[in-house]
Ligand binder design. Sequence first.
Ligand SMILES: NC(=O)c1ccc[n+]([C@@H]2O[C@H](COP(=O)([O-])OP(=O)(O)OC[C@H]3O[C@@H](n4cnc5c(N)ncnc54)[C@H](OP(=O)(O)O)[C@@H]3O)[C@@H](O)[C@H]2O)c1
Length: 262
Amino acid sequence: MQSLLIIGYGNLAHSIVKGITPNTYKLFVLGRDFEKSKAFSQDFPTHLIAPIQNIQELDGQNPIILLCVKPKGVQNFSCDFASPLVYSVMAGVRVQSIISQFPNALAYVRAMPNIGALIKKSSTALYAYAKDPASLQEAKERALALSLAFGNAVWVDSEELIDASIATSGSSPAFLSLVAQALIDAGVREGLNATQSKELVQATFEGFSELLKLYTLAEIKTLVTSPAGTTAEGLAYLEERGFKGILEQGAHRSALKAKGKI
Ligand SMILES: NC(=O)c1ccc[n+]([C@@H]2O[C@H](COP(=O)([O-])OP(=O)(O)OC[C@H]3O[C@@H](n4cnc5c(N)ncnc54)[C@H](OP(=O)(O)O)[C@@H]3O)[C@@H](O)[C@H]2O)c1
């Protein structure tokens, strides 16, 4: 069975392991605090995760390495054995930095998951790099299998697009929270109670997610907007006030921040 070493035992590591079917990998966990590694393994009794104190304990096992620590923490972990894949979820840590810590891995994948990982519904952008292109395909298959355990995944073909996905998926659940809150507040303003309003907005988001798979945005808009009708009135107001532009600009600023440009 393929070994998988999880480095880090925080929120995202928990979400990812929750999605992994027991007995898919031989699992190990490593962090800077062995007691926390032990507690992590106890959180998943059926996964049989072995806490380790030193990465060299896995020399000879060639594990996939899952980097799940805060970006500043990666400096504390390195090894020179040949892992088939180093898979990093760390925001803003470039492949070249990861290579300097794990120089002999066959391939490197950067992933940008989002909070949906908590419920196996992450929207994850993936970028793969290998010095030898022959290693790339197999590494991509391994990375995709791991990613699908906690949601959906989309490959991008340049590392810069990992930072770009902050706009579409990394930060966007927070933006959608603002939209949802505004609609709930609007419902209350019109006389619904807060519970009714939240339930109606929540079901609208669920339905919208399914509609997006079946219709274009223009089709959805047309279906709900009759000439001179109620929705047309609301849309016209939002467009006059630049709602779409403001949202797009906010997402752009998040991406700029991820790229270290502001
Ligand atoms: N949460 C998300 O939705 C999300 C989305 C995309 C990417 N990410 C990335 O995922 C990574 C983990 O995020 P998280 O949400 O799981 O964070 P978290 O719950 O705060 O966990 C952080 C992990 O990093 C370790 N760590 C922090 N500083 C360290 C250091 N100086 N040396 C060694 N280990 C250190 C912590 O260990 P200690 O407890 O021992 O400090 C812990 O294992 C981050 O790089 C983040 O950029 C997260």
